[in-house]
Design a protein around this ligand. Structure first.
Ligand SMILES: *Cc1c(COP(=O)(O)O)cnc(C)c1O
Length: 346
């Protein structure tokens, strides 16, 4: 691995961050907080929230088995994705290499930050080739984007191939594990001591059933987390989101049960899909959705919309021709989907 200083944009490496009032005074038992130009009325919303989300991070640290210093919390994982570019990639000079197909935000954030995005096709089983990824890299490749389980394909990437990338690539490797809670594969967050270039992304938006809160997690070396913390907006997670996130994390037995139900429904739905006359293939999945190849994705998509059922049409995505991505819903939502599809004839 290159040194973190070599990988970081010089302006970011040299940045003196904004120091907010809540950062400078660490105590809690003052007579009066007259340091931040807040209103004295309307508690608790009159006060700026904890910029480093200490209480929430402690809970996540316990649950994930990592020190709080190895955790960054963002306004969704999307904030962490954008920060990777802003911290490590010099516009018009550096580039990133990503698998394809994958989550669209990696490319959108590259475009916003004016950073070259190189995509490398997965094979026909949607598997990663470390060799092909490395061939796409050059001296200006700062970041490799991986997503496992991958979106929109649903499958886990091969652990051996990821391992080879970690050994042979000299830059940052982001492993987006948004769907890890549905998967049996171990998380790469436990490998950050062995491979300090890893950034693992997870989120409260999927299995934790809290997409509205906008809380995403990044697990990485303390040095990478420190860079993220100096570049992020000071109060990037608002107070209600911090509180509700603590609430949902304390309800992990409910969440475990929801995951169990989704996985049960997933196998039921996939089995039923395989019997539908227009279904050509259901791809293996370790997430709360599956990708299916059908005879006419547009016709089925339009028909479902006319019945008030919205799925994701991926027919225009390379390697996903004639594919629909279907999220697992409740038992009754899934029943409505199946009953509509059984009445479809083209
Ligand atoms: C849904 C999803 C996310 C979640 O993003 P948030 O901003 O945390 O809601 C991240 N990565 C992938 C691959 C996803 O599918």
């Amino acid at each position: 691995m290159k040194s973190l200083q070599e990988l970081t944009r010089p302006n970011i490496w040299n940045l003196s961050p904004y120091s907010c009032a809540r950062n400078e005074f660490k105590g809690t038992n003052a007579v009066a907080f007259l340091d931040a130009n807040e209103s004295p009325y309307n508690p608790p919303y009159n006060r700026y929230p904890d910029p480093l989300q200490t209480e929430l991070k402690q809970l996540i640290a316990q649950m994930k088995g990592l020190p709080a210093e190895n955790i960054f919390l963002g306004n969704g994982s999307d904030e962490a994705i954008d920060l990777v570019y802003r911290c490590f990639c010099e516009p018009e000079k550096d580039n990133v290499v990503a698998i394809a197909p994958t989550y669209g935000m990696y490319r959108v954030c590259a475009d916003i930050n004016n950073v070259e995005y190189r995509s490398v096709d997965l094979d026909h089983q949607y598997q990663l080739s470390a060799e092909k990824m490395l061939q796409a890299c050059d001296a200006h490749t700062k970041v490799i984007w991986l997503c496992s389980p991958n979106n929109p394909t649903g499958n886990n990437l091969d652990t051996e191939q990821i391992g080879q990338l970690l050994r042979e690539f000299s830059g940052i490797v982001v492993i987006d594990e948004a769907y890890a809670d549905f998967s049996t594969y171990p998380s790469f967050r436990h490998a950050i001591d062995q491979y300090p270039q890893i950034i693992v992304l997870q989120t409260l938006s999927k299995a934790w059933a809290s997409a509205a809160l906008r809380v995403g997690m990044a697990f990485a070396s303390t040095d990478i987390i420190a860079i993220f913390n100096k570049v992020k907006y000071p109060y990037n997670i608002n107070l209600p989101a911090q509180k509700e996130a603590i609430d949902i994390l304390n309800r992990r037995f409910d969440v475990d049960e929801w995951v169990r139900l989704v996985l049960l429904e997933r196998s039921r739905l996939i089995a039923a899909f395989r019997e539908l006359p227009f279904c050509q293939q259901v791809f293996p999945t370790d997430a709360n959705f599956f990708l299916t190849r059908v005879t006419d994705a547009q016709a089925i998509y339009d028909y479902l919309v006319s019945r008030g059922i919205i799925v994701r049409n991926r027919r225009n995505v390379r390697l996903c021709e004639e594919c629909l991505r279907i999220t697992i819903g409740t038992k009754s939502e899934n029943a409505a989907l199946l009953s509509a599809l059984r009445q479809f004839n083209n």
